[in-house]
Design a protein around this ligand. Structure first.
Ligand SMILES: Cc1ncc(COP(=O)(O)O)c(C=O)c1O
Length: 398
């Protein structure tokens, strides 16, 4: 989306793009789009320097797991590089059905559909089910893919304050009772690391007969039994209509999923434009996700290590007096409050060989400019010590 402050209505599209101040600012300070020259787990090389990756979503550290790599290689040799088509026509394969069945069983839902990106899955999890005349109740901090899904649905949207069931109830109570409603939340808020207050939110949704969509991109693999996700963590899987998420985080692949009752998933396959008209997930990525899903159920040590690393890391940040926005999960923001401080902090970490990502307004609420970090089961004790030293240095420099 263009920076509204700087948009010029009069300029033509080429001129507007060429003179865009936000793009110029990004290119000048270059905090984004870094391309690593090499990677091995949580070690990356950037501009010839070895660095610790502290910003990826490889929560369980499975992207270099030998079984995941072997599964992807096997699928590539058996099935080639791509099915080169949409599922509805020529792009459906046995490996897709296999992963969908495994995911549905793991999540405790009847059926599942996978897409080539988590963004597509989560967008479709809203857009395929809501329509004009419906009202969508959305947590104001939901991810961009859910906002896109809301916009494409053409339903009316009402925001409620972040993770606040009382506000959700107040907004829902002010709406016409007979109108179909949908409540849209995340399991773990990607920027803040907050866990959704699902028991209270699901109770309000039930009170107002609202269809409920849970984007669990950051809760899947992290919360719940063996990493079954946020709904499982609260024992509320049956009260959520749609659980959607990404394969590019704990499952160390790319792609996404939408899970629900068989009737809902068949409806998605009939009406979801992103399901109907986009090519299917590649064989290698599907096999990688399926292998990672097996590992979640057979090697509990990765989830245990993730949480012990998370506890150690967040305790260290707190001991330095850094503001972690009350995160409860391995998604850990460090709130600096202004873009200048965030930039100085980010640069100091880079200097010390720790790679993180800066997130500034309008991507976060005003005053919440932050460094977004994520801990992984793959971080070693030695790396955690180096990260602690770097954080202490960055705090002094910002
Ligand atoms: C909450 C949330 N939903 C959906 C997505 C999209 O997933 P993907 O990056 O796999 O397309 C993301 C990605 O960061 C996310 O944070």
């Amino acid at each position: 989306m263009a920076f509204p402050l700087f948009s010029s209505q009069a300029a033509g599209i080429r001129e507007r793009c060429q003179s865009d101040p936000a793009t110029k600012l990004r290119l000048r300070y270059a905090p984004y789009y870094h391309a690593m020259e090499a990677q091995q787990g949580t070690n990356v090389r950037l501009n010839g320097r070895d660095m610790i990756m502290l910003a990826s979503n490889d929560y369980l550290g499975l992207s270099f797991h030998p079984k995941v790599i072997e599964a992807a290689r096997g699928a590539l040799l058996t099935w080639g590089t791509s099915a080169t088509g949409a599922r509805v026509s020529n792009g459906s394969r046995a490996y897709h059905l296999d992963l969908e069945a495994k995911l549905a069983a793991f999540l405790g839902k009847e059926a599942c559909h996978i897409h080539a990106a988590g963004y597509l899955s989560c967008l479709s999890g809203v857009a395929a089910f809501a329509q004009k005349g419906d009202i969508i109740l959305a947590d104001k901090n939901i991810h961009s893919c859910l906002w896109d899904g809301i916009r494409l649905s053409t339903a009316t949207v009402e925001r409620f304050s972040h993770n606040n069931p009382d506000d959700l109830r107040a907004v829902a109570a002010s709406l016409p009772p007979g109108t179909p409603k949908m409540t849209v939340v995340e399991g773990v808020y990607s920027m803040e690391g907050h866990i959704v207050r699902l028991p209270e939110i699901a109770a309000v949704a039930a009170e107002f007969n609202s269809f409920t969509v849970l984007d669990d991109a950051h809760g899947f693999g992290v919360l719940g039994r063996q990493g079954r996700g946020t709904a499982d963590h609260f024992g509320l899987t049956d009260q959520i209509d749609i659980i959607c998420g990404s394969l590019s985080k704990s499952l160390a692949s790319t792609g996404g999923f939408v899970a629900g009752s068989r009737a809902l998933i068949e409806y998605l396959r009939t009406h979801g434009k992103h399901t109907l008209f986009s090519a299917s997930l590649s064989p290698a990525q599907t096999a990688a996700a399926a292998a990672a899903l097996d590992i979640l159920q057979t090697e509990p040590e990765h989830l245990e290590r993730l949480w012990s690393n998370t506890r150690r890391y967040t305790a260290m940040l707190k001991s330095l007096g850094l503001d972690t926005w009350d995160t409860e999960t391995p998604a850990v923001p460090i709130v600096l409050g202004s873009k200048e401080r965030a930039y100085a902090f980010w640069q100091a970490l880079m200097e010390k060989g720790v790679f993180t990502v800066m997130s500034i307004t309008p991507a976060v609420p005003p005053g919440k400019d932050l460094i977004r970090t994520a801990i992984s089961a793959g971080h070693t004790d030695e790396q955690l010590e180096r990260i602690a030293d770097a954080m202490a240095y960055a705090k002094k420099r910002s």
